[in-house]
Write a protein that binds this ligand. Structure first.
Ligand SMILES: *[C@@H]1O[C@H](CO)[C@@H](O)[C@H](O)[C@H]1NC(C)=O
Length: 523
């Protein structure tokens, strides 16, 4: 009975909007406490920095050291970092430089085999980095360290990347807001009152603040794209199944879970998404053609500014609609076909998008390892401040326990409807179609209200359910100084189209804009 759920969200929306307005009236925007960026190094992409390191124009030590200093500088205001390996990173960087200086390395080979040689990178806490915090940010696992590198971490390291630190997430990565009882709350670098998003919120905040070059996250319903939006950076959710999930916590061997969860990069510069995607899919055995340039003149562009009116889902704001329109219009100058999506996405799209997550036979236990806790009882304890779990986690577990009020016949009806829409989209988009769509209906929300927004995140989780690749592209700041942007979607295995369109829109609309204006001195 999805109607009950929709009604609940409709009521929450009515209460929540005036409440937000009151909160914003009481808490005035704090002055940006982030030190402005003073070094031109921070305006270079990872791709450029990798080249400069190889050509000995700059040392890996210099880059790693500057990024460590920047992380320390911003982390005290953001609380984005939960663990670090700064000392080891410095040792690794010096080793890279030494090997380069020795002249024994073949630079062409290095570029091909280790394209991230000496380049710093940061990692979401849920992705194992040997010896570093790997708790799922849940109290019952406090102190747990990864005993091994996740597969993606191995691939990044084999490509020469240097890991600097581990970043914050919500408890068990199950919320679009980064707060937990182990490491606390991560703030938005553009306005500390707002959420950094989630679940890759620590990554998003560090990148937005210009304190990470390549970030790495995971996305089960929007957890890469939502923090990318809130913090004004790029984030790519790959095609389902092309990047290994091994070494992620939480994890389930359930088929639905495995296909929903995608690990992928976040970055300040669009070209870096492609660089990282090449590295982490090098062994996937599918023909992604990431090296083959995309001819923009051959693209077919589809767009939709919003979902149809739908009970419990808030309408898309004018500024986000405008981003979609501008992004679509941009491609008209190439004379390519730009049109509204000719496939109807019905009002039940929320239900359709949720069918996969509730079809899990073996869902992850979110409250404790042996699944013995009753979520309703824990929620009650949580309201009194007596639970070891976040209230948000209890609510999500409660929802899963009751299959979100879906009956068995609902699930099969919506799954069938979903499959038909998915197939139509696959056929329409083909090998050169992209779909420009909102990532979310608005810019960042206030942290306390993220639970009211769950239904509104249908724009991202629909494409986890469908398994399509999707990239968030930043398109400037709104009147309040918060980042806005769009989502670019393509058919499965056409990740290269999303990445090419991201790059095109970055050139046209400016990409990442630092929270405080650059103050670069001539040095
Ligand atoms: C980041 O900042 C928070 C809050 O100031 C602090 O608790 C944490 O230890 C810092 N992390 C690192 C690795 O410096």
């Amino acid at each position: 009975m999805m109607f009950k759920l929709r009604l609940l969200f409709a009521v929450m929306n009515v209460i929540y909007l005036p409440l937000e307005w009151i909160v914003l009236l009481i808490y005035k925007k704090p002055r940006c406490s982030l030190t402005p960026i003073t070094k031109s190094l921070f305006t270079l992409s990872a791709t450029t920095i990798a080249k400069k390191i190889r050509e000995k124009e700059i040392t890996s030590y210099e880059v790693v050291n500057e990024y460590i200093e920047r992380i320390k500088e911003v982390n005290s205001s953001l609380n984005a970092v939960v663990d670090n390996r700064f000392e080891n990173a410095i040792i690794e960087a010096k080793k890279c430089d030494e090997q380069l200086r020795s002249g024994k390395l073949d630079l062409e080979k290095l570029k091909k085999e280790k394209p991230l040689y000496g380049v710093p990178c940061t990692m979401k806490e849920s992705i194992g980095v040997k010896g570093c915090s790997h708790t799922g940010c849940t109290l019952s696992r406090k102190g747990v360290k990864a005993t091994d590198d996740a597969v993606v971490v191995k691939l990044l390291r084999d490509a020469g990347a240097i890991l600097l630190c581990i970043t914050n997430t919500p408890e068990m990565c199950i919320c679009f807001e980064t707060t937990n009882l182990v490491y606390g709350h991560t703030k938005n670098p553009y306005d500390a009152r707002y959420s950094a998003g989630g679940s890759s919120g620590g990554e998003g905040a560090l990148l937005g603040a210009g304190a990470s070059l390549i970030g790495f996250g995971s996305d089960l319903g929007g957890s890469i794209r939502v923090p990318a939006l809130y913090n004004g950076v790029f984030g790519h959710k790959p095609t389902s199944g092309i990047v290994s999930n091994t070494g992620h916590y939480p994890l389930s061997d359930d088929k639905c879970f495995q296909s929903l969860l995608c690990l992928g990069p976040l970055a300040r510069y669009a070209e870096d998404l492609s660089l990282v995607m090449r590295v982490i899919t090098s062994q996937c055995g599918c023909n992604l053609r990431l090296d083959v340039p995309v001819d923009v003149n051959e693209l077919k562009v589809y767009y939709l500014q919003s979902l149809d009116r739908s009970l419990g889902v808030l309408p898309v704001t004018a500024e986000i609609k405008n981003c979609v329109q501008q992004a679509a219009n941009h491609f008209m100058k190439y004379g390519v076909s730009v049109e509204k999506l000719p496939i109807k996405l019905p009002a039940e799209i929320c239900e359709i998008a949720l069918t996969k997550i509730i079809s899990m036979e073996n869902p992850v236990s979110l409250l404790n390892a042996d699944n013995t806790k009753d979520p309703l009882y824990e929620l009650g304890k949580g309201l009194l401040g007596l639970s070891e779990n976040m209230k948000e986690t209890c609510i999500m577990m409660l929802a899963f326990k009751h299959n979100l009020f879906f009956s068995k016949s609902d699930i099969s009806k919506y799954a069938k409807q979903g499959e038909s829409i998915r197939q139509k989209l696959v056929n329409l988009l083909g090998e050169n179609g992209v779909f420009i769509y909102p990532t979310f209906h608005r810019s960042a929300v206030l942290p306390k209200f993220s639970i009211c927004e769950i239904m509104n995140h249908v724009y991202t989780y629909l494409f986890n359910t469908f398994g399509f690749p999707a990239t968030h592209v930043p398109m400037g700041l709104n009147r309040d100084g918060l980042p806005i942007g769009v989502q670019v979607i393509a058919a499965p295995y056409q990740d290269r189209l999303c990445l090419a369109v991201a790059k095109e829109l970055e050139t046209a609309f400016g990409g990442w804009i630092p929270p405080s204006p650059l103050a670069i001195k001539n040095n």
